[in-house]
Design a protein around this ligand. Sequence first.
Ligand code: GTP
Ligand code: MG
Length: 624
Amino acid sequence: MSTKSDVRILLLGDPGVGKTSLILTLVSEEFPEEVPAKAEEITIPADVTPERVPTHIVDYSSQEQDEETLQAEIVKSNVICLVYSVEDEDTIERITTFWLPYIRQCRGEEHSNPIILVGNKSDLLDFSTMETMMPILNDFAEVETCVECSARTLKNISEMFYYAQKAVLHPTAPVYNPEEKELTPLCKKALTRVFKICDLDNDHLLNDDEVHLFQVYTELKRKCFNAPLHQQALDDVKSIVKRNITDGVKENALTLKGFLFLHTLFIQRGRHETTWTVMRAFGYDDRLQLTRDFLYPKIMVGSGSTTELTLQGIQFLKMVFNKYDEDSDGCLSPPELQNLFSTCPVMPWGQDVNNTVCTNPNGWITSQGYLAQWALTTLLDVPRTIEFLAYLGYQYLHDSQVSAIQVTRDKKIDLDKKHTSRNVFRCHVLGAKSVGKTSLLQGHLGRNLRYLATLEKEHLSTFTINTVQVYGQEKYLMLHEVDVVVSDMLNPTEMNCDVACLLYDVTNPRSFEFCAKMYLKHFIDSRIPVLFVAGKTEYPAVRQDFEMTPPQFCQKFKLPPPEDFACLDKINKDVYIKLATMAAYPHVRDVVLQNDRLFMKIGVGLAMASVFGFIVYRITKALR
Ligand code: GTP
Ligand code: MG
């Protein structure tokens, strides 16, 4: 349950305060009249410690150890019990005049390893020194608490070691500010994220069912199987909150305010472990940062493979969309989008996303566009998808984010077997300057030139992604505009695509030559299918300055004939279907579209398979 695998407790203090006696008393449960200068290091096995973590207890003796070993021990320890004798003023003084500054000097001013003040020999006084120690607790934030005990009478001995262990496993400083009597800002932020993830219906309340699920989850994460709170206990908790603050409970469910209040109360009553259990279940480390293991579980992706979302990943992301699409209009308004990412440290999507995927006429991302953007992120930057799934609470409903990611098999195998199960394809759009690459990309989102003229140019993206029907199956086609200045310079990443679209401009007589040269130099011997596209066909074509006409060129190299593309008003969508189909079936040379339905010169087996796929698609669509 903790990120610590064991706890190392070091006892420090002036000679004769009773350090060795305390250790030996703990072990033998009786007071030893005679003790050595220094006790051997002892290890308490996990199963007999209250927090189930192996615990080492280390003694110190100035008679036996030099300063260098002392410093090394201070650095190695997780918690220090700073012992003084309650009846010896000098040892109390030395806490502030020597020991605390000395420990800071060894560990650095900013160290957060806790220190516990231990007043030993309480049997010799009939009053308490606790009052005099209080100012020290205020002046030295690293001092977690203060306890009086006696090795002779065994008073508070096991308590002292329990506090020490607790101070390491459930430290106060990161979660609570004792001066302000308030949770720290970081703790509030973390608990707010937890609240939002657990508020599955996004009504800003945790109802009994949501609390129940939350408890089952945290218990599971602790690997403890305590039954969640009974209804009676839950009702009691709510009435405590109600009695103490206003707006803590609404409609018989906990508000965020009530949830934060409860945790303040737990900590004020010394039940830090409750808050820490929640923190750890939701991926936080001792400094309330999400751990690397939680954010980035390892997945292996070979160089020929790509990454896509699994059905489970898609379903989770859809669930998140529906949760935050409060007016259920199928789009995320700017505040809805902000809310959706409010459990994340930063807003990952900038203005450019609105021009990468489909939006409604207001420029708000639609449900289709939202999923497409995730498909794009997963293809180009899978660690980012994995990271954001964690922020969004994927692990709360599923296991590790690994189950949201599909690693596809090596492309070489797909090519050899003439079959792919990929759903996301990458198309690079190449061509000379101002042939209309951006317009082709935006046309993929259904945006014509008249609409484009209304957009701010600086937010245009070099990527667009949308779904395309390939034999009745929904596939994602990602278009990437690659800026090439000279046609014979393409680097390997610029060639890393499933299909290439070489775009020329029918009004520019030099633009075909640019594409033809690029084809001859880079693609002729590659296994990448290539489609020549003739852009701006709403204008009269000029003669291309090249030894062959574009159709002759395509015929000569057994390429599909150039596809016309216009987007002034009506957009020729066949281009995208052809590109996606060529990406999915790279071995098929000639893709022909007739009456908006797709035909290919393909083998019977494949044709049958696709008919079958189409029927399945129809049936599933009808059932939806
Ligand atoms: P150094 O090893 O020299 O640093 O001392 P220490 O801190 O280990 O002290 P140690 O355990 O040797 O105890 C010093 C003296 O205090 C011994 O005579 C103990 O019997 C006595 N003593 C330790 N604890 C108690 C206690 O709780 N009550 C009383 N009355 N005497 C104690
Ligand atoms: Mg000793």
